[in-house]
Unconditional design. Sequence first.
Length: 97
Amino acid sequence: MVHLVAAVVQDVDVTPTSAGMPGAALIQQLLNWLSQLALWGSLASILAGAAVYGLAQNTGHVSGSYRGKQLAAAGAIGAILAGLAPTAINLLFSAAS
């Protein structure tokens, strides 16, 4: 049984491509827009976090300043992930191939 499964698995060959796929350009455009929205959201989070942090620090509101730092850090991490996502996917696919 194991030899049969191994023989079947070895015969499979997959080369991902969007050539000839209906709607491939639309899907690529949607992914580009989604990435742009993620970057805008990250920028908004960083700016809002900086504003909350600054205001809370000046008023002595400790939990507010923590929340501001948290928002700014989340925006920075979001920008990093939006930039690394395509590279990470391609790297993981290459490593698994």
